[in-house]
Design a protein around this ligand. Structure first.
Ligand code: 13P
Length: 251
């Protein structure tokens, strides 16, 4: 049985005290969420140590939003996987469309980052997703397949036990425009087929694939009811503990 996950990507929001308060509120409400659902929060790097403290003893796991593509050295402003592990991170998000779009993150760079993260003992939430032009040109299957294969062809079936995939159509992120359950499901099924072709049916079946993009309490139920959607990567709605928890109760 694959893991169900609801992860909150806080992006560049909240100060440290606000983040700690949010994490505490999520941790307090986590008991309302079914035991088989893993909750994760991904605050900004500056918050990790304090948020880890706030989450202690709860069922909420900690994730970073990114990591460096080198393990240490003269890379001013970067945060290494070792630093994330030492700050009690269990996961890191990688390849978010905002990193690809604004910071030139390429699939090749992602291969290095995923390798470093796995070697350091982190689990990875690898994001894929097409933009509006690609969707309108009917290229969404092709784009998402290529993003998935370009990175995962460098990894083994064993590595997949530590990798979660998040499908986030760029046109649905922060726009209020959610992919319909049908649009999301057909891409999730496509990703699972790509995994089956590369790693076999068992790995494909065991891999958690999350949906992200304007997911909120009002649409989570329909999305999570789809056979290939195993939870969500939540942006805006993760900044309110009640909404985040409500989403996690939608399975
Ligand atoms: P929104 O939920 O704000 O659309 O963001 C989704 C996202 O990018 C999560 O990583």
């Amino acid at each position: 049985m694959r893991k169900l996950i609801v992860a909150g990507n806080w992006k560049m929001n909240t100060t440290v005290p606000e983040g700690v308060a949010l994490a505490k509120a999520v941790a307090e409400k986590a008991a309302e969420v079914p035991a088989n659902v893993q909750l994760i929060v991904a605050p900004p790097h500056t918050h990790l140590v304090s948020v880890a403290e706030a989450l202690k003893g709860s069922k909420v796991a900690l994730s970073a939003q990114n990591c460096a593509d080198h393990d240490k050295g003269a890379y001013t402003g970067e945060i290494s996987v070792g630093m994330l592990v030492s700050a009690a991170c269990e996961y890191t998000i990688l390849g978010h469309s905002e990193r690809r779009q604004y910071y030139g993150e390429t699939d090749a760079k992602l291969v290095d980052k995923v390798r470093l993260a796995l070697d350091a003992g982190l689990k990875v939430i690898l994001c894929v997703g097409e933009n509006l032009d690609e969707r309108e040109a009917g290229k969404h299957f092709e784009v998402v397949t290529a993003q998935t294969v370009n990175v995962l062809s460098h990894f083994s079936a064993g590595d997949m036990a530590k990798i979660v995939i998040a499908y986030e159509p760029v046109w649905a992120i922060g726009t209020g425009k959610t992919a319909t359950a049908e649009q999301a499901e057909e891409i999730h099924a496509c990703i699972r087929k790509v995994l089956a072709d590369q790693f076999g049916a068992k790995v494909a079946d065991d891999t958690t694939i999350l949906y992200g993009g304007s997911c909120k309490p009002s649409n989570a139920k329909e999305l999570f009811a789809q056979p290939d959607i195993d939870g969500g990567l939540i942006g805006g709605a993760a900044l309110k503990a009640e909404d985040f928890i409500e989403i996690a109760k939608s399975f």
